[in-house]
Each structure stands twice: as C-alpha cells, then as structure tokens.
Design a protein around this ligand. Structure first.
Ligand code: AMP
Length: 295
C-alpha cells in the first residue's frame, strides 16, 4: 500500500493506473477504522482494480467543535489495518491540503459554502431537513463539500458507503445526480458488534460498560422490525422511547420511521414502499446513530 498526503501526488499516481486501463474504487472515511470500514474496502476490492481509501477528519462537517477535537485519530493503526485488508492507496491529507483559508473562514462564520458545487445549485431540500440535518445544522453541506472535492480528486468509477449513515447515503446519491458525476454509489450493509451495537469510530470513546448499555439501541430497532406489521407508528415510537429510557445512561435524541426514499417521517406504514427506522442516542458526551430497514 502507498500512503499519499498531497492531492497532486495522488492525482499523478491515479493517472498512471487509469492509463493502464485500471478501474478505481474509492472508500472515503474519517479514520479510527473498524470492521465496518474494512467491509467497504472488501467490497471495493471485489469490484475494482485499484482501491483508494481516504482518511480525513473533515472540519466542515462538524457543528460541535468539541466533537471535532475529540474525534479519535489512530492513523498508524488504521494504516496497518488497510494494508492487511489489501487497500492499494491511503490518502491522508492535512486540512490545508483540502481547504483554503477562505473556505474554513466561511465555516467559522457558520455560513454555508455552496461554491463546491461549481456554480451549479445543489439543493438537498427536505432530504437534509430531517434527522441528522435537523440536529446538526450545516453537517450535510460539509459532507457534500468534502466528498465532492474527494470525488473530483480521485475520479473513481465506484464509491462505497455504509448504510450505517443512511441519510448521508441519500445525500451523496442526490449530490452525484445533481452534479452529473459519473460515479456509481454502492451501499454496504451495517457491520455490528457481537452485542448488536453498530460499529462506529465514536464507540472508541465509550467505556466497556457503556458499550453494553448502548446495545439497547439496536435491540430497540430490531424489536421495531419484528413488530411493525402488528403495531402502528405511535405504538412503536412509545416502545422505543420506553426501551431507551430503561437504560438511565442513554438519552434519546430522535427516533423516526421514515420513507427510505424521501426520508420523511411516516405516520402510517401504508404511506411508503420501503421504510427505515432511524435513531440517534446520546450516551455521556458521545452521540450514536443507527438504523434498521423495516421493509
Ligand atoms: P466514517 O469514518 O464514520 O466517516 O465512515 C466512513 C464510511 O464507513 C461511511 O460510508 C460509513 O457509513 C461507513 N461505516 C461506518 N460505520 C459502519 C458500519 N458499522 N458498518 C458499515 N459501514 C460503516
């Protein structure tokens, strides 16, 4: 595996692969890698000649500076994991390599920077107004900003994202469509710990006890999956609230059952062809999200 820190060096390398007719698969991450990330690398390997993984803790998608400061950074272990998984290129740029000072200043002033869409209006509309979009103002603009930059640098045929971030996946698909980017977005299933907790870099910040307590999150979601055909939306919301409240360390931020396409909350299951149950829960200062596809 080659480790690259600059955009120009990466572009040069990838051009030589492209000139040999090789296809490029891309896995963007923020590092602190776990088996969820490695499953994306494996998927990318099975569908591409060359696999690029980026590790970049993107400042423009954090609306909480403390969360950004505390985000786990384990680049040396990550590098070993990627090498063992058969990744070809690790791209790990510094912030200054990805952003101009002017772009960062806009973020500091909490102003949305839409210049990344190169004059084309990108509007996520109601997709970005619910759940994570509602709880984390500016988050998806920052995600789309960095992913669009990375896509223009790497120019992959296929890019691999986890269903763990279900709303992010919808935002990326929408961005690629609106910007006419010729990139296929591949969704990969959620990888879980043995106790059902969805793997997440943020789990690193949990104690052993908290990891056990947090397993109530996925248990509640799987109960909803078992029961949605015999209980209504209101009953299921009450059930999840109850399950989460039973664990004093957990604080429910939101729980919604949404249309899998539009992400709008459902009041009845007959409103959607496909539905997903999405949740955000705080445990101490750590915020966890999870979801389960219902039908
Ligand atoms: P992150 O490093 O958190 O930005 O995540 C990078 C990619 O890994 C995103 O596409 C995530 O959806 C995906 N991912 C994170 N956790 C998991 C998981 N438990 N299972 C599958 N994919 C995941």
């Amino acid at each position: 595996m080659i480790r690259i820190n600059t955009v120009q060096h990466l572009k040069n390398h990838l051009n030589s692969f492209r000139n040999q007719g090789k296809s490029i698969g891309f896995v963007p991450t923020m590092g602190a890698l776990h088996q969820g990330h490695i499953s994306l690398i494996n998927a990318a390997k099975s569908e591409s000649d060359v696999v690029v993984c980026s590790i970049f803790v993107n400042p423009t998608q954090f609306n909480d500076l403390n969360d950004l400061a505390k985000y786990p950074r384990t680049i040396d272990v990550d590098s070993q994991l990627l090498e063992a998984a058969g990744c070809d290129i690790l791209f790990s740029p510094e912030v200054a390599e990805m952003y101009s000072e002017a772009e960062l200043e806009l973020k500091r002033q909490k102003k949305e920077d839409k210049s990344w869409s190169e004059g084309k209006a990108v509007d996520f509309g109601s997709l970005a107004m619910v759940m994570e979009g509602a709880q984390r103002p500016g988050h998806f603009n920052g995600v789309a900003q960095v992913v669009s930059k990375l896509f223009r640098i790497v120019v992959p045929q296929k890019a691999f994202f986890g269903q763990k971030d279900f709303q992010q996946l919808a935002i990326i698909r929408s961005m690629v469509k609106q910007l006419d980017m010729p990139i296929e977005i591949i969704a990969c299933p959620i990888v879980r710990e043995a106790n059902g907790l969805a793997m997440s870099s943020r789990n690193e910040r949990l104690t052993k006890d908290e990891r056990e307590q947090a397993s109530a999150i996925s248990r509640a979601l799987f109960k909803v999956k078992d029961l949605y055909s015999i209980k209504n939306v209101e009953q299921l919301k009450a059930l999840v609230e109850n399950e989460i409240n039973l664990v004093p360390q957990l604080e429910l931020e939101y729980f919604d059952m949404v249309d899998a396409q539009t992400l709008q909350p459902l009041t009845s299951f007959s409103q959607a062809k496909s539905a997903v149950a999405c949740i955000a829960v705080k445990i101490g200062h750590v915020r966890l999200i999870d979801n389960v596809l219902l039908f």
